[in-house]
Design a protein around this ligand. Structure first.
Ligand code: GTP
Ligand code: MG
Length: 339
C-alpha cells in the first residue's frame, strides 16, 4: 500500500538534489577513465588483427553517457568487407576469437558463451580490472547506444537521473538481467520514457522528429533506426519549459511508476509520445513491459518472473516512501558492493 507523502518543502528538495548530484559525482567516470577504455579497445584491436580482419567498436555504457567507473567494456566486432554474419559462422568466430584472446597476457578468464541470443567472448582486463565482452555484428546495439547518448546530451538532468536510477537499481538488487531482473538498459529506457511523458516534457521523442511529410527510413536488421540526432533548441517546441529540479524529477519518477503509470494497460515505449497499449502489442501476459526503441518485437521485461516483478515494484514503492519523506541525516552509505 502507498503511504501518503508530506508536501515537499524547499529544504527537503534541496537535500534531494544534493543526494542525486552526489550520486552522479560518485559513480561517473572522468575523461581519463573514458580515454583508458579507448586505449584498451585499440590494444585489443591490434592484437586481434594478427588473426582477424576485424574492426572493434565500443558501445553500451562506455559510450551512451551513463557509464559507471567500473562498468563493463561492451565491444562489437565486424569483419572488413563483410556486411553480416550467419549464426553458424558467428559461433565459429566467437570460439576462435576466444582461442586468440587466450594468448594475450593482459587478459584473464576468457570465456566464449555461444548459447546466448547474442554470442559473446567474455574477458577480464588485468591492469584495469575491468570486465568486458566482445559480440559480433551487434549493430542494433550500436544504434541504441547512439540514441541514448543523444538523449543524454540534451539536458544535464537526463544524465543525472539515469545515474540515480542505475544506482538505485543496483542497491535494491533489481538491476541484473543475468540474475532474472532488468538490465541497466531497461531502467534507462524507463527514465527516458518518464521524462518524455512529464508535463511539460523534459525531453522530446527523437524518433518522431523529422522535417518532411514522411519519417525517413534507415533499415538495420529489418528495423527502422532513424532518429533525429542533431537537436537544437529551436527544433523542439517544449524546449526550456520544464524547469523542475533533479530531486523533484527523481521523486516524480518514483511516484509516476507507483501512482500514475498503468503497467497493465501501457507499454514503456520511448519511440512515440502517444501511449502504446499492451493489448495492441499482444504483450498482456507480463506486468512490466518495456519495448526496445528499434527492435519492436523485443520486450525487455519478457524474462521477468512474477516474483521478480513484485520484488521490483516493491523496490519502487519503498523508494517512493524513502525519498518522499524528509530525513534529518543524509543516508550517505552505499552498501559495500557499490563502493
Ligand atoms: P552497465 O554495463 O550496467 O553500465 O550498462 P550498459 O548500458 O552497458 O548495459 P549492458 O552492459 O548490459 O548492455 C550493453 C548494451 O547492450 C546496452 O547499452 C544496449 O546498447 C545493449 N543492450 C543491452 N540489452 C539489450 C537488449 O535487451 N536489447 C538490445 N537491443 N540491446 C541491448
Ligand atoms: Mg555495459
Amino acid at each position: 500500500e502507498l503511504h501518503p507523502l508530506p508536501p515537499l518543502t524547499s529544504d527537503f528538495l534541496y537535500v534531494l538534489d544534493r543526494v542525486c548530484e552526489q550520486c552522479y559525482r560518485d559513480f561517473a567516470p572522468d575523461e581519463l577513465e573514458l580515454s583508458i577504455r579507448e586505449l584498451i579497445l585499440q590494444q585489443l584491436e591490434t592484437f586481434v588483427r594478427r588473426q582477424f580482419a576485424g574492426k572493434l567498436q565500443l558501445f553500451g555504457s562506455s559510450k551512451n553517457g551513463f557509464g559507471f567507473k567500473k562498468s563493463d567494456l561492451d565491444i562489437c566486432m565486424v569483419l572488413e568487407g563483410q556486411e553480416s554474419i550467419d549464426d553458424v559462422d558467428c559461433i565459429k568466430i566467437i570460439e576462435s576469437l576466444a582461442r586468440c584472446l587466450k594468448k594475450n597476457p593482459g587478459l584473464r578468464n576468457i570465456l566464449p558463451i555461444t548459447t546466448a541470443k547474442v554470442p559473446i567472448v567474455k574477458f577480464y582486463h588485468i591492469s584495469t580490472s575491468l570486465e568486458g565482452d566482445i559480440s559480433l555484428y551487434n549493430t542494433l546495439a550500436l544504434h541504441n547506444t547512439h540514441l541514448l547518448a543523444s538523449y543524454a546530451a540534451i539536458d544535464r538532468r537526463v544524465k543525472i537521473l539515469c545515474y540515480v536510477m542505475k544506482v538505485f537499481a543496483k542497491m535494491c538488487d533489481i538491476g541484473d538481467a543475468s540474475r532474472g531482473s532488468l538490465s541497466s538498459y531497461a531502467y534507462t529506457l524507463m527514465v527516458l520514457f518518464f521524462l518524455q511523458q512529464r508535463n511539460p516534457p523534459v525531453i522530446p521523442v527523437l524518433q518522431e522528429i523529422y522535417f518532411g511529410r514522411k519519417k525517413p527510413e534507415v533499415l538495420v536488421d529489418g528495423w527502422n533506426v532513424y532518429f533525429f540526432d542533431d537537436l537544437k533548441p529551436s527544433h523542439w517546441p517544449h524546449h526550456g519549459k520544464n524547469t523542475e529540479s533533479i530531486g523533484e524529477l527523481w521523486l516524480g519518477l518514483l511516484r509516476f511508476y507507483t501512482e500514475d503509470f498503468d503497467f497493465k494497460e501501457h507499454v514503456v515505449s520511448i519511440r512515440q509520445q502517444a501511449r502504446l497499449t499492451t493489448f495492441s502489442k499482444q504483450w498482456t501476459s507480463k506486468y512490466i513491459v518495456i519495448e526496445d526503441p528499434f527492435d519492436l518485437n523485443h520486450n525487455l521485461g519478457a524474462g521477468l518472473s512474477r516474483k521478480m516483478t513484485n520484488f521490483i515494484m516493491k523496490a519502487f514503492i519503498n523508494g517512493r516512501t524513502v525519498f518522499g519523506t524528509p530525513f534529518q541525516v543524509l543516508p550517505s552509505i552505499y552498501p559495500s558492493h557499490m563502493e
